[in-house]
Design a protein around this ligand. Sequence first.
Ligand code: FES
Length: 224
Amino acid sequence: MSTDETKVRPLHPEGAPRNPGFAGITGEFDLTEAQIRGTEYVGRRPVDGGHASVAGTLPYQIADRNPDAPLFEGPYAERLEKILTRYPDRQAALLPALHMAQEIRGYLSPQSMDEVAARLELPPAYVRGVATFYTMYNLQPLGKYLIQVCTNISCNLCGADAVLDAFLEHTGNDMGEVSSDGRFTVIEAECLGACGFPTVVQINERFFENVGTQDVPSILEMLK
Ligand code: FES
């Protein structure tokens, strides 16, 4: 067998658009780190949720929020209808409905929770019980960028405490507070589920892996 025949070839047909994120494609590629990490694929999900099958998921890297924006109006009403088609009853759609309210307003105020309850025809106390159970729901206003530094065991062993301190120092923040320019809130998180790449930092919906203290200034600069 010749050298050419033994060489592993990409599975995609010649000339077809490449998707380097598809694990089934093997072979020799000329990829940049940004392509491998997917940072070139960051985009916004349409506010109406796009196709009903993905309407319950979050858009990537949410940064613009308005705590006074109406909930469930216009394209967001359309998205809620799509979300409801995916569940047996309105109660079952509570988590994505809360996520959508958080996406629009940035956090879940008592008023927002009550509006979700009314829209889904649920008792307000039930909705508050659910919203306060999950740490993914923010119950107070945040900076434009929520920086969550994983300090669980794998990340901790690789310097997560120092990374957390660096974020606090460079943003001039105390933990959980909104920075004076309104841009940043820094908190601890456990565990972000990417333990093979410590220290892991989640900023809004995006993961940053293998973060060291030396990376903190450039990450913050990029967000500015
Ligand atoms: S310990 Fe940090 S991602 Fe799991």
